[in-house]
Design a protein around this ligand. Structure first.
Ligand SMILES: Cc1cc2nc3c(=O)[nH]c(=O)nc-3n(C[C@H](O)[C@H](O)[C@H](O)COP(=O)(O)OP(=O)(O)OC[C@H]3O[C@@H](n4cnc5c(N)ncnc54)[C@H](O)[C@@H]3O)c2cc1C
Length: 432
């Protein structure tokens, strides 16, 4: 490609600057997608001396970053570990994260002027503003001369000799030496990523592992959900398939009209997408007292009943569990007369109640949709990507960064860590 004189059409066209002058030896890299991974890739490629352009389909870059961590951006986690990452070939993440781990993220952002604060290993900007993360990335891109072109949706990529030709909706085409596809997945399409990157990757020979929503709320079939909506409790949630435990997590669980939400629920949602075949019986089990054994809970219920012999059974549960749950739990335990005095309650009935509280079962009917999901499970099959450079093994000069690949992380800063780490590798290796 070097040395070819290129035609650039309309120089005034919304800031699309052209391309290539004769005998220009600088590597021209186009990053498709101005999200967390694309901006990081652009910074590292530019630090290597490449001339970098970021194409973003939205009017501004980094829109999703602003929504992360409820506007606070949980941008990494002290406990980065391969066990927090998933995908058909999850081990692929190991090599990437060992090249750019937690400390690398911290020092990358500290160099950009971003200090951090920590909550149980979750790392946030000291300002507690997601916009700080976006701002420092943008300032660094500007400082390095990275060109940012917004309202630029890449519709088509063609291999063009040793380089690439990119067709952009409503703009002149771009020709460049290398490209980094950082278009994200399908999660939360309102924030930009709608899955268009999969088509681009496919057109260059890549396979896609069927994407499905992850880190998303779970839908249940249960007759009392309306009554329970709004209740929060600290419990252990487990997903069980045909009697076999798939995954469990402890934390605050929230009941809603459609099912359940909360961090432990989001963590389990991947297992549901993974096992969603028809006729598979998936059950959500909730232990309302994860820190007490069943026997100790039973003793507690017996003691509470003995202390309130004349009181109705339902009243004896006030102060132990949320009021909205009392009748539901009693009904679930086979007790229809919830007003009987505690003195008339048998030990067997209390055992039934303790059993329900320790192992309350719900039929899972699915997860909420893409619009509620925080991340995409599935994506570009990593078998065809070099785990050191993130260059395609199929198309030379093509790199990938971020959520577009078939790797997704747990809730807690792991997905943004993946974005920074893949941005680093794709940027550094393409920039040389
Ligand atoms: C509500 C919410 C909260 C979250 N909170 C956290 C959190 O606190 N911590 C954490 O670690 N993770 C969090 N995540 C996940 C995390 O934000 C993502 O995993 C991460 O931002 C992915 O970065 P990315 O660069 O790969 O993709 P994206 O951020 O999705 O960026 C891709 C960009 O590419 C653009 N694009 C797409 N197609 C094209 C095209 N054809 N041409 C041009 N541009 C295109 C999109 O508009 C988008 O701007 C959250 C996600 C959501 C939705």
């Amino acid at each position: 490609m070097d040395g070819i004189l290129l035609l650039k059409s309309n120089m005034s066209d919304k800031g699309v600057v052209c391309l290539r002058a004769a005998m220009d030896k600088e590597t021209k890299i186009t990053v498709i997608g101005g999200g967390a991974s694309g901006m990081t890739a652009a910074i590292f490629a530019a630090r290597k001396g490449a001339k970098v352009t970021v194409l973003e389909q939205l009017p501004k870059v980094g829109r999703k970053i602003l929504a992360t961590g409820n506007g606070r951006c949980n941008f990494t986690n002290r406990n980065i570990d391969i066990s927090k990452y998933h995908g058909k070939k999850a081990k692929f993440a190991y090599s990437v994260l060992s090249r750019f781990g937690f400390l690398d993220t911290i020092s990358f952002f500290e160099d950009l002027g971003l200090h951090y604060t920590e909550e149980d290993g979750r790392i946030y900007p000291a300002s507690l503003q997601a916009s700080s993360v976006l701002d420092v990335l943008r300032y660094e891109m500007e400082h390095l001369g990275v060109e940012e072109v917004c309202d630029a949706k890449v519709d088509e990529i063609k291999k063009d000799g040793r380089g690439f030709l990119l067709r952009i909706k409503g703009k002149s085409p771009i020709i460049c030496d290398k490209i980094i596809i950082a278009t994200g997945g399908k999660a939360n399409p309102g924030l930009g990523s709608k899955g268009s990157g999969y088509g681009l990757a496919k057109s260059l020979g890549h396979k896609i592992v069927e994407p499905f929503p992850s880190l998303v709320q779970i839908k249940l079939e249960y007759p009392y959900l309306k009554r329970m909506a709004g209740v929060r409790l600290t419990g252990r949630a487990s997903v069980i398939k045909e009697g076999k435990l798939l995954r469990e997590d402890i934390g605050e669980i929230q009941f809603t009209e459609y099912g359940v939400s909360g961090i432990p629920i989001l963590q389990l949602s991947r297992q549901i997408g993974e096992h969603k075949e028809p006729d598979v019986n998936l059950v959500l089990n909730i232990d309302m007292f994860p820190y007490i054994s069943k026997e100790d809970l039973l003793q507690l219920l017996i003691k509470r009943c003995n202390l309130r012999k004349d009181k109705p059974l339902d009243i004896s549960f006030i102060g132990l569990i949320n009021k909205k749950l009392i009748n539901v739990i009693l009904n679930e335990s086979g007790i229809t007369e919830v007003r009987i005095p505690c003195s008339r309650v048998s030990k067997e009935q209390l055992i039934n109640i303790a059993n329900v509280m320790k192992s309350w079962s719900f039929k899972i009917i699915g997860t909420k949709s893409w619009s509620e999901a925080q991340v995409t499970a599935g994506g570009v099959d990593v078998t065809d990507i070099d785990n050191k450079t993130l260059e395609s093994k199929i198309t030379q000069g093509l790199y990938f960064a971020g959520e577009i690949m078939d790797i997704d992380g747990d809730c807690g800063g792991y997905n943004l860590q993946w974005a920074w780490a893949t941005g680093y590798s794709a940027g550094t290796n393409s920039g040389v």
